[in-house]
Design a protein around this ligand. Structure first.
Ligand code: PMP
Length: 286
């Protein structure tokens, strides 16, 4: 099946989809993005992702190039054209094309691009059976990580470090030894007494849309939740650990820096939240 991309008002064959070399996204990473999961052809948690997109744009004083109704139509059309069943849609908005100059351009039109990806399966049987491993690394990012900006170099380096260490993700840790979040996911633990812990959202982490849904699911399941920072030491001693994102959902973690977490197997809370997310949020059997 031909693969299509969307670029500023046009659907183009993916190999021909391009933006100008003076796009500010290319030159300054002056842009924002969103990744919305697609499960059985339907977007998941769409409203939350669009709300966060509008917030990111607002924080950077960037304009939304189309109405929300049109944005929704384009997203649905691209998913339809590409026949996406299980995967995601990526959308990016930059401040547009202008001669290279740091200050905001006067008359640039924002660039809007979208692509999709079909992943087939969201996780391998081995990942679900055995869990994944993470390493911890220093968080070297800027201080506005709540903005979903395309400036992702520290995340790129962190993820590469993880892969080279044979791990799935790297947890970025602050100067006090507290876990902020992964390079592309939020971080969770379950303490020895069964309390689910994830960090509060502020300027220092991204407010994950999957995180917010998981918190609602945890509350309705009667799981005790604490929204607070947790240290690497606390994570080593946790009963369970997992990560969350729009493309991984709740993914169990069974090793942190090479140490087994809990009994070294995916824990019941991560499993329960993963299936609840599929059933309640995606409307699909897990
Ligand atoms: N933190 C970071 C740094 C991320 O890149 C992501 C993925 N977008 C997340 C958390 C998870 O957010 P979401 O659940 O909205 O995908």
């Amino acid at each position: 099946m031909a693969r299509w991309a969307y670029v500023n008002g046009r659907y183009l064959p993916h190999p021909q989809a391009r933006v100008h070399i003076e796009d500010r996204g290319f030159q300054f990473a002056d842009g924002v993005y969103e990744v919305v999961g697609v499960v059985e052809g339907r977007m998941v948690d769409r409203e939350g992702h669009i709300a966060r997109l509008l917030r990111s744009l607002g924080e950077l004083r960037m304009a939304m190039p189309v109405t929300l109704a049109v944005l929704d139509l384009i997203m649905r059309e691209l998913i339809r054209r590409n026949g996406v069943r299980n995967g995601h849609i990526y959308l990016q908005i930059t401040r547009g094309v202008a001669p290279r100059d740091f200050k905001f351009p006067k008359n640039a039109r924002p660039t809007l691009v979208m692509t999709t990806r079909d992943v087939g399966k969201f996780a391998t049987p081995a990942q679900l059976e055995n869990g994944v491993s993470v390493i911890t690394i220093p968080d070297i990012r800027w201080l506005r990580r709540d903005i979903k900006s395309v400036a992702l170099l520290p995340n790129v380096l962190g993820k590469q470090q993880a892969v080279e260490a044979g791990a799935f993700e790297a947890w970025q840790v602050d100067g006090d030894g507290m876990v902020n979040e992964g390079c592309s996911s939020n971080a969770w633990i379950v303490t020895a007494d069964g309390t689910l812990v994830t960090r509060q959202t502020d300027h220092l982490i991204l407010a994950g849309i999957t995180r917010a849904s998981m918190l609602t699911l945890a509350e309705s399941a009667g799981i005790k939740v604490e929204i607070r920072r947790f240290s690497v030491a606390e994570a080593y001693a946790a009963r369970e650990a997992f990560l969350s994102s729009a493309t991984t959902f709740a993914m169990p973690i069974t090793r942190i820096d090479g140490r087994a977490i809990g009994d070294g197997k995916p824990g019941p809370v991560a499993r329960r939240l993963r299936s609840a997310y599929f059933e309640v949020v995606c409307g699909q059997p897990s």
